[in-house]
Design a binder for this molecule. Structure first.
Ligand code: ATP
Length: 424
């Protein structure tokens, strides 16, 4: 194509069991084409002679089991071939999980429920993606459970959710989220409301159990649970809670021996806990980089992964919406109303009066169907998200960015700590 003649181009010959690692920064994307042989990106096979685009901010590895030739266009910040990958260990893990599925199938039991844990940037999401891809390529229908409220892959940041994986992830766009199950959490770290976090974890486990009861294939395929990199204190307790809520069979700990030992000690003996090395390619991301990738997720929600969607902008009156925040600020125990605990306080719906400080916040839309009361709102699934792009206190109106045209459905809005600047 004309593109290939303008950018610098490099050819990489990859030997078996090696990978080409890429880091793309700056402003220009990098393109990659598999010229010969077989290769995959985090478990998704590449199609030969197809150009894949990696936009700025991407990090990826093109791995080959048998050897291949790859052509690259553009100037990535980093592009190098590594022979030192943990892929064989990851593949062995997949083989073990697949054996558990075969056994579950034979014996009418349920398949492996796997929790992936570890500190930040050790490749937890990537390992989940790889194992889900390998499972779906074997004809399974595993569920991805996303408990990472900071860098989740099911929906926008500040949410928790689950997704039934029916085909391998798209190399450029990840798993397609046709109808994910999504819950509002409201911030990017579980620590802001650990009570709500644990409650939603239990809720997801409950809904997954119901699905397994009615869908044998989903039950046999099991799930992969991606978690946050916060592994100390309440973050650690939240991992233990998730393991017990989902009644996990396998825990994969990436990189951190101490976490592995703690989990080995604290989880029931029938849970198989494994320590796996992290990939040298999973490198630390700066705060800035994490913020940018969160922004990118929100942008993709409204504008589509390729910028092909057109969100709607419209005004509504203050009086037309009911906005809440989940969780009241903690107050001294002595000031709590009689019979109320600090924990109840964390699940309380606190009304928020529309005003200037609502500008740029992301809000979850929780539909109220058929006159249902507002009780238990925090435990209901979310239909979508809006951003408040403008507030006019004089005219008492809010301007919204919304994926759907007006009017908003009959709903309650839950406000997030997360802000998004719509610069498009
Ligand atoms: P967090 O705790 O922040 O969610 P994480 O542990 O889930 O992080 P990942 O998001 O899976 O980590 O990986 C961190 C980054 O490293 C990602 O950008 C990912 O694409 C990249 N990465 C992972 N494995 C490789 C690899 N083998 N080669 C190149 N890049 C990689």
């Amino acid at each position: 194509s004309s593109w290939s003649s303008t950018g610098p181009s490099t050819k990489f010959e990859l030997e078996r069991e090696t990978e080409l690692r890429l880091e793309v920064e700056g402003t220009d994307p990098v393109r990659v084409e598999l010229v010969s042989g077989l290769a995959e990106v985090f478990g998704t096979e590449l199609t030969r002679n197809k150009k894949y685009t990696f936009p700025p901010g991407s990090r990826a590895a093109i791995f080959t089991w048998h050897g291949c030739t790859v052509q690259l266009w553009g100037s990535p910040d980093m592009a190098y071939v590594s022979r030192d990958t943990p892929m064989l260990l990851y593949l062995n893990t997949q083989v073990g999980l697949e054996q558990m599925r075969v056994q579950a199938e034979r014996e009418g039991e349920r398949g492996p429920r796997v929790l992936v844990a570890g500190p930040s940037d050790v490749g937890k999401s990537t390992l989940c993606r790889l194992l889900l891809n390998y499972a779906v390529r074997r004809g399974r229908r595993p569920t991805l459970v996303e408990l990472d409220v900071g860098q989740g892959s099911v929906s926008v940041p500040g949410t928790m959710g689950a997704l039934c994986v029916e085909r391998p992830a798209d190399v450029e766009e990840g798993f397609s989220a046709q109808a994910p199950l999504v819950y509002h959490f409201g911030s990017t770290t579980p620590g802001t409301n650990i009570k709500l976090y644990n409650k939603l974890t239990s809720r997801l486990a409950h809904v997954f159990n119901l699905r397994c009861d009615s869908n044998r294939r989903a039950s046999v395929s099991g799930c992969l649970i991606n978690t946050c990199g916060w592994v100390k204190g309440s973050g650690y307790q939240a991992l233990i809670h998730a393991a017990s809520a989902f009644e996990v069979d396998v825990v994969l700990v990436l990189d951190q021996e101490r976490l592995y030992n703690d989990l080995l000690r604290d989880l029931p003996h029938f849970v198989r806990t494994l320590l796996l090395p992290k990939s040298g390619g999973a490198s630390e991301r700066s705060k800035e980089c994490r913020r940018e990738s969160r922004d990118q997720r929100v942008r993709e929600y409204f504008y589509g992964p390729r910028g092909s969607l057109y969100p709607h902008a419209f005004e509504i009156k203050f009086s037309e919406v009911r906005v809440y925040k989940v969780g009241a600020p903690t107050i001294p125990d002595s000031c709590l109303p009689l019979g109320m605990s600090q924990e109840d306080n964390q699940l309380k719906l606190v009304p928020v009066t529309p005003g200037r400080d609502m500008a740029h916040h992301l809000l979850s839309v929780v539909p109220l169907d058929g006159g249902s009361a507002e009780e238990g709102i925090e435990e209901r699934s979310v239909a979508g998200f809006i951003v408040i792009t403008g507030v006019d206190t004089e005219r008492q109106t809010l301007t919204l960015l919304s994926p759907a045209p007006r009017p908003l459905p009959k709903c309650v809005l839950l406000i997030m700590d997360i802000r998004f600047m719509d610069l498009k």
